[in-house]
Design a binder for this molecule. Structure first.
Ligand SMILES: Cc1cc2nc3c(=O)[nH]c(=O)nc-3n(C[C@H](O)[C@H](O)[C@H](O)COP(=O)(O)OP(=O)(O)OC[C@H]3O[C@@H](n4cnc5c(N)ncnc54)[C@H](O)[C@@H]3O)c2cc1C
Length: 377
């Protein structure tokens, strides 16, 4: 019987649990999840939830639907991760030490907007209340909505707002000339999306930025001025300016210098944290130096699974398989929604119709839940 700890019950953490459960039928898996989160949250639908909070009940399915035997423990904080043990503060503020044969870290990324990405593990009701407050604020908006950052999240959010509230002024400011940073066929995708945003009445300002606005805002109308001097009035601001890996415990030289994610090899092993190969530590997803993007989880999970299979057989990860070949996200297919009626996808060529068909109805939630988690919604 092998004992595993998975830290973080997000997209990659859930996939890791499923992999362990299928490789080792008598394994004991404990999932440590911060806050009070006990539901599947893959972030993808968050721009839609911001205008349709009732969809939370469909999108946030119970974690128990995703795994068979794993035990979820909601915690306050991780204090230490090392070969064979995790030290954490439990929900009653008590320090606990949990021992395991293998540990998988899957703590995701911190994004600039807590509305678009919850990292604290809020409850389903708390998240629904946040989305409802946002929707109410748009309903009462006098000055308009400003979205800062025209990556996939910013584009999807501004399009959702403009679709559902065509009487509210929406502005999108993007520092690069082109929208959709990280998308393949970026220039063509930019054009397809730009056209749709214009039709929705969104004012898009590119190649310009607003300094010193780092946090979301809802309140009295304010004037924001871009570096090039464009003035924008808004009483709601959402900052969709990307994020960074979330490594919420001391990791020292286990961090990759460039990305600040956990350094891993092609078996997803983080050898600086798991110094004993008979008590390995793996890291997957957005907290790793490779980053995540949910729909590409398969390749990291395959490498993790191969390494765990070897570990189960040999009791060590020494001489195990190295399966992961990293491909940057702009070399892979991209798909975005542009409100309920629009979208864009890079295959077979950047176009609206297929993008709309695949994502805009339910943000792809039922397809993704079935494909990645075998959960029917
Ligand atoms: C708005 C939005 C839209 C997106 N759309 C897409 C899309 O269309 N396609 C796509 O492929 N990707 C999309 N992504 C990216 C995708 O959601 C991530 O790549 C994916 O969720 C990464 O999975 P992960 O498991 O690494 O991190 P997460 O899913 O973020 O999971 C991390 C988990 O760790 C928990 N955690 C954090 N700190 C601790 C701690 N100290 N202790 C224990 N648990 C902790 C978190 O609460 C969370 O449950 C989107 C992201 C956002 C924000």
């Amino acid at each position: 019987m092998t004992k595993y700890i998975v830290i973080g019950a997000g997209w990659y953490g859930i996939c890791a649990v499923q992999a362990i459960e299928s490789i080792s039928k008598d394994s004991v898996v404990t999932v440590l999840q911060v806050g009070s989160k006990d539901y599947i949250d893959i972030n993808i639908a968050n721009p839609r939830l911001a205008v349709e909070p009732d969809m939370v009940d469909l999108v946030y399915q119970p974690l128990t639907k995703a795994w068979v035997r794993a035990k979820l423990i909601n915690i306050k904080k991780i204090e230490l991760v090392a070969s064979g043990q995790v030290v954490f503060i439990d929900s009653e503020e008590k320090k606990q030490v949990l021992e395991a044969d293998g540990i998988i870290v899957a703590t995701g990324a911190v994004n600039s907007s807590p509305l678009m990405k919850d990292i604290q593990g809020k409850s389903k009701d708390e998240r629904k209340a946040e989305f409802t407050a946002f929707r109410d604020a748009i309903t009462n908006s006098k000055a308009g909505v400003l979205v800062i950052g025209g990556g996939a999240t910013g584009v999807e959010l501004v399009a959702e707002v403009a679709t559902d509230f065509n009487n509210v002024k929406c502005t999108l400011v993007n520092k690069p000339q082109l929208l959709l940073n990280g998308s393949s066929k970026r220039s063509a995708m930019h054009n397809v999306v730009m056209k749709q945003l214009n039709t929705l009445g969104v004012k898009v300002i590119t190649d310009d930025y607003i300094e010193d606005v780092k946090e979301d805002y809802m309140g009295e109308p304010k004037k924001f001025t871009t570096k090039k001097g464009v003035e924008i009035d808004a009483d709601i601001v959402v900052v969709c300016a990307g994020g960074h890996p979330n490594v919420p415990f001391p990791a020292g030289d286990a961090l990759d210098e460039k990305t600040k994610g956990l350094s891993v090899n092609e078996a997803m092993l983080c050898e600086k944290l798991g110094t004993d190969p008979t008590k390995p530590v793996w890291a997957v997803g957005d907290c790793s130096m490779f980053g995540g993007r949910g729909v590409f989880a398969d390749s990291q999970i395959k490498a993790l699974s191969a390494s765990i299979t070897h570990f189960e057989k040999m009791g060590t990860v020494v001489a195990g398989p190295m399966k992961y070949k990293h491909k940057p996200s702009d070399s892979q297919a991209s798909l975005v929604s542009v409100g309920r009626q629009g979208g864009a996808i890079t295959i077979p060529f950047p176009n609206k119709m297929l993008g709309k068909a695949l994502k805009s109805k339910d943000m792809g939630v039922s397809y993704i839940y079935q494909k990645y988690f075998k959960v029917k919604v």
